[in-house]
Design a protein around this ligand. Structure first.
Ligand code: PNW
Length: 490
């Protein structure tokens, strides 16, 4: 007769059986055949020599120290201090206290073996009022950070705008609603590049147009929390890409020779529902069209006809000169890759239809973060094919997970490992197909202030205990260390 097992006993027995299996050789086993086999398998998933492995963070999400050394307030201070805007009314006042603990954090990176680190500069530390008189003490923090990174063999990649706009610029003219903000951003970018480019060789202008403009000025769930009508909103989008172009020009004018500049955009990545030529072609067309307001105008120097037609009387007002500035040539393209948008070919005028995710589609702890590893193949591939990019970075990729420490204090985030393994396998496929991806920045080095979600969603490779500021590597940190050491996904 069949014995009845409790679910727990069953799981335990299955686990024991798997562990007892002789099919899996122990690491370091002497078996020549097994290790050759294993290595052969791994070699198939190797990344190009010199591939740059890294991690990423952003100023307001990790620094804290919001009132120190002359930093001016940003729109995120105002927003997070407005009751009801952020889950549990959390703020970035302390965050990871990275402003004081950056040396410890550089050691975390070193122990992972990363070669590059992407951080952002808080504009209001450097110009507390957004423009006018600079605050040298603010820039000094980034001098210290850059020096510490270089002393530990890690190359700094700096983002100039990761959403913490100086509040003064919001108060005068409505932030990105005003052309003055685009101009002030260019000036600030030139100022920073002039002072850091002896050591920082890569700058990103703006992080995720498609997030801060839409969420902050249209939907109102990010700072500054506005819901602008379409005409004013489209103009705001235009000022953001104009600010990017002015920053590119200012960096070229002020930085040391050899400084490279690009952007970090969360491209809307259209993935073919299945990989047949018509769907693949539709996914490329859709990627170009659905990024019309940001990446496409930056790459092509014009808004697509379909975008202008659909905006009608609410289309942005611009000059030919604006378009030239916006499309100033870039040295590289950075894309943040989280989740795909599935697209199929159809007989419509634009030639594609977006397919909604079925209710059962798996997602990570953040409900928007659908698990679609192919995004990390099609994202860079579309960028290379559509716009001829010759140097691409994955400026963010990672995920949120429930992350509860086990009795031994470790977070066994097997779901994050699964996510990363699946995505990196697709990235490896892209490099093997000749897509020029040069590096990958995992989001994030450590848990941090996740914007409107406060501290409820954790994206880090290191668990942060916000009471004590203790950082503890998760299982995924060990996984990533292995990937970096082997330069291969396994
Ligand atoms: C990015 N979405 O934001 C940001 O660059 C990071 O600061 C952030 O912590 C990270 O991704 C994780 O969220 C996003 O709703 C925010 O699709 C929202 C979305 C995508 C990216």
């Amino acid at each position: 007769m069949l014995k009845k097992f409790s679910r727990r006993t069953f799981a335990k027995l299955m686990g024991t059986a798997a562990l007892g299996s002789a099919a899996i050789p122990a690491r370091g086993s002497n078996s020549q055949a097994n290790s050759t086999q294993r290595d052969a398998g791994l070699n198939h998933r190797s990344f190009p020599k010199g591939f740059l492995w890294g991690t990423a963070t952003a100023s307001y999400q990790v620094e804290g120290a919001v009132n120190e050394d002359g930093r001016g307030p940003s729109i995120w201070d105002t927003f997070s201090h407005t009751p009801g805007k952020v889950v549990n009314n959390a703020t970035g006042d302390v965050a990871d206290d990275h402003y004081h603990r950056y040396k410890e954090d550089v050691q975390l990176m070193k122990s992972l073996g990363v070669k590059v680190y992407r951080f952002s500069i808080a504009w209001s530390r450097v110009f507390p009022q957004g423009s006018g008189t600079p605050n040298p003490k603010g820039l000094d923090f980034y001098n210290r950070l850059v020096d510490e990174l270089l002393a530990n063999g890690i190359q700094p990649f700096a983002t100039l705008y990761h959403w913490d706009l100086p509040q003064a610029l919001q108060d005068h003219g409505g932030g990105w609603e005003s052309r003055d903000t685009s101009k002030a951003f260019g000036d600030y970018a030139g100022y920073v590049a002039e002072r850091l480019s002896d050591r920082v060789k890569h700058f990103f202008t703006i992080n995720e147009f498609g997030a801060f403009v839409e969420l902050g000025y249209r939907i109102g769930i990010h700072a500054p929390g506005l819901k602008l009508p379409p005409g004013r909103f489209n103009q705001t989008r235009h000022h953001a890409v104009l600010g990017h172009g002015l920053a590119v020009q200012a960096i070229r004018a002020k930085a040391k020779p050899g400084t490279k500049v690009g952007l970090a955009e969360n491209l809307t990545i259209c993935v073919p529902v299945i990989e047949t030529p018509p769907h693949v072609e539709a996914s490329a067309r859709a990627t170009r069209e659905l990024n019309a307001q940001y990446m496409t105008v930056i790459q092509e120097g014009k808004y697509t006809d379909a975008y202008l037609a659909s905006a009608g009387a609410n289309a942005p007002k611009f000059t030919p000169e604006d378009l030239k500035i916006i499309s100033s040539p870039l040295d590289f393209v950075g894309i943040n890759v989280y989740t795909p948008l599935y697209v199929r070919a159809d007989g419509s005028r634009l030639g594609f239809t977006v397919v909604q995710h079925p209710a059962s589609f798996p997602h990570m702890a953040s409900p928007w973060l659908f698990v679609g590893p192919e995004a990390l193949y099609w994202g860079p591939r579309h960028v290379a094919k559509l716009w001829g990019a010759r140097e691409i970075y994955i400026t963010e990729n990672g995920c949120s997970s429930s992350d509860i420490p086990a009795a031994d204090g470790t977070v066994y985030d097997t779901d994050r490992v699964m996510y990363l393994r699946s995505y990196l396998t697709q990235l490896q496929r892209a490099t093997a197909d000749g897509v020029p991806v040069r590096g990958y920045f995992l989001w994030s080095l450590m848990d941090n202030f996740e914007w409107g979600d406060g501290y409820t969603n954790r994206f880090g490779l290191h668990y942060v205990d916000y009471q004590t500021q203790k950082r503890t590597p998760k299982l995924s940190a060990s996984f990533y260390r292995e990937v970096i050491a082997r330069n291969a996904v396994m």
